[in-house]
Design a protein around this ligand. Structure first.
Ligand code: ARG
Length: 576
């Protein structure tokens, strides 16, 4: 609907003298179709013009608004409501959607701008937990959403591949390690070794000293330590990558914490030159108290650098490498303080781009099902969650459609979709309660519900194609005629075309607030609108002309559902 939106913004700006971006930001999309497709609240003008917002709205409504797109404009209290021509929506926009196909919804407003998204970032030898799942799912959706707006996106996996845990792992592996088991399931096995190390160290405290010694050796480049570390890192990375492939996710960079080892001293020097570094009992700290932020440690007294020091070095490196316009860190809310300290330091170090760095926090996940509980410190491995989801989806698919050809790939799309959507439908900042039954419910607020609506449309289109024969429009031969499209106009049909028209605006909104949940909610509503339509307006049994119009309408819905799910990282099977 962008041409209409632009037209409205330009008109209001020129009539009121408000700057366009301000008008753009306050233009609303009313929920009730009776209030039009757009609404402009006149409150912000009231003070400036020293008139009541009601009076302003009434005066603005007096102007001539009718145009190719706009049918009428009405003032309702302090609001100005805009009504778009139905014929524009059905006869111009709908064919445009069908022609654009997979490109429908994309915009070019981010062209020439680069966004870095730091997400997922699991730690080697520690489990890839469901906390990392949230980062992975939200980060991936954000990458796709920014790309849809034309931004160049660089997805970075800042692997946790350095730290004292490697000293412990080396000790554990040299004592109890089994090379074959390591090869079998690296991530799980390294984690078991790590846990065993802690158990045994309780009775045998020298293990801790040994671990420190081995970590120091590693830092100094000792060949044996180095070789083991590289082995652990490479195997774990392969394991992670298998998971990412399964989820359909890829990264542009895997530069992790260890990659900044040789830049840490220089980074601390930069901070020191700005008078930001103090010595405290042999350690180096940055005092941020005067900014209301707790002091942070940059280097331990044994010389080991910290997480934040690596983040500083990485940010500087990334700016030099990509000169990004924005950098997002999709990391749990429990690290909020870390990012406050980190961004403040960047700013104090004189990097003006620090203001373009943003922490995109999210809440915790709780599992309702006892089997997946985190109680007693039992960790949840992401892989278990995904496998379980696909298994459950497989059972449902089997039950609902026993003759379905490719059940495995459908079960995978549905199971993974359920997990991904079960996360993304929530406002990211809130904690999520993950309930297996809920996320897989084909009638609930779920991916399977949307996927099912999509598959239903595919089936309608297939049946239409079969009935019409290969030369029919449903087989892709020509578009519905304006006469056929002119027959559309039931409230259910209007609701669909209006919702489709707002698709790219939802993407813009989701990107503006870095909240994929907006798009998730939108898709859910579109699927609901479709089901309402389908219930009340027959497609295949309608008279020929009306049938053609309705087929085009549902083909449009199909495109939006499919493109929208893809932006969230979810597949849309043709049949389920
Ligand atoms: N590996 C970290 C963790 O698991 C997350 C890293 C996030 N990215 C960053 N640049 N700090 O907690």
């Amino acid at each position: 609907m962008l041409p209409v939106r632009k037209e409205i913004v330009t008109r209001i700006a020129s009539l009121t003298g408000l700057p366009s971006p301000e008008v753009e930001a306050s233009l609303e999309i009313p929920h009730d179709p009776k209030l039009g497709e757009y609404a402009f609240p006149c409150f912000p003008l009231a003070r400036r013009l020293k008139k009541s917002p009601q009076a302003i709205a009434a005066e603005l409504a007096e102007h001539t608004w009718v145009s190719e797109h706009l049918e009428r404009v009405e003032s309702v209290g302090p609001y100005l409501n805009f009504y778009v021509h139905r014929s524009y929506l059905f006869k111009t926009l709908l064919p445009q959607i069908l022609r654009a196909g997979p490109a429908y919804g994309t915009l070019a407003e981010g062209e020439g701008k680069t966004v870095l998204v730091d997400y997922s970032a699991p730690n080697i030898a520690k489990p890839f937990s469901v906390g990392h799942l949230r980062s992975t799912v939200i980060g991936n959706a954000l990458c796709r959403l920014y790309r849809a707006l034309g931004y160049k996106v660089v997805g970075i996996n800042h692997l946790g591949d350095w730290g004292t845990q490697f000293g412990k792992l080396i000790v554990a592996y040299r004592r109890w390690g089994d090379a074959a088991r390591l090869l079998e399931e690296p991530v799980q096995y390294l984690y078991q070794l790590y846990v065993r190390f802690h158990q045994e160290a309780e009775n045998e405290p020298v293990l801790e000293d040994e671990a420190r010694t081995w970590f120091r050796r590693l830092e100094k480049g000792d060949p044996e330590a180095r070789e083991l570390w590289e082995h652990f890192r490479a195997l774990s990375l392969e394991d992670f990558q298998r998971l990412y492939r399964y989820l359909g996710i890829s990264f542009d960079s895997y530069m992790g914490e260890s990659d900044y080892n040789d830049q840490l001293a220089g980074t601390i020097e930069l901070a020191r030159a700005r008078g930001l570094v103090k010595e405290s009992e042999g350690a180096l700290v940055a005092d941020l108290e005067q900014y209301g932020i707790p002091t942070c440690l940059l280097q331990k007294k044994d010389g080991a650098a910290l997480y934040i020091t690596r983040d500083l070095a990485a940010a500087i490196y990334r700016y030099q490498t990509y000169s990004f316009d924005r950098m997002l860190y999709v990391v749990g809310a429990e690290q909020t303080l870390h990012f406050q300290q980190f961004f403040k330091l960047l700013e104090l170090m004189g990097f003006s781009w620090a203001e373009n760095c943003l922490h995109v926090p999210f809440g915790l996940i709780h599992f309702k099902d006892g089997r997946m509980s985190t109680r007693q410190g039992k960790v949840i491995f992401l892989e278990e969650v995904l496998k379980r989801a696909v298994e459950l989806a497989r059972e449902t698919v089997e039950e609902k459609n026993p003759t379905l050809p490719d059940k495995d790939s459908v079960a995978r799309a549905v199971g993974l979709g359920a997990v991904i959507f079960g996360d993304l439908i929530n406002d990211r900042i809130k904690d999520v309660e993950f309930d297996w039954e809920k996320v897989l419910d084909f009638a609930g607020e779920t991916a399977p519900y949307i996927q099912y609506s999509h598959a239903r449309i595919c089936s309608i289109l297939r049946r239409a194609a079969a009935a019409e024969g290969a030369s029919g429009k449903a087989s892709g031969n020509g578009e519905a005629t304006p006469q056929e499209l002119a027959l559309l106009g039931e409230p259910e049909e209007e609701a669909l075309v209006i919702a489709m028209a707002h698709f790219s605006e939802e993407i813009v909104r989701a990107v503006r607030d870095n909240r994929p949940s907006y798009l998730a909610r939108y898709l859910l509503e579109l699927a609901r609108d479709f089901n309402k339509f389908y219930h009340n307006c027959p497609v295949l049994t309608a008279k020929k002309e009306l049938r053609e119009g309705r087929l085009q309408l549902v083909a449009g819905v199909r495109i939006v559902l499919r493109n929208g799910l893809a932006l969230l990282g979810i597949e849309a099977p043709q049949e389920m």
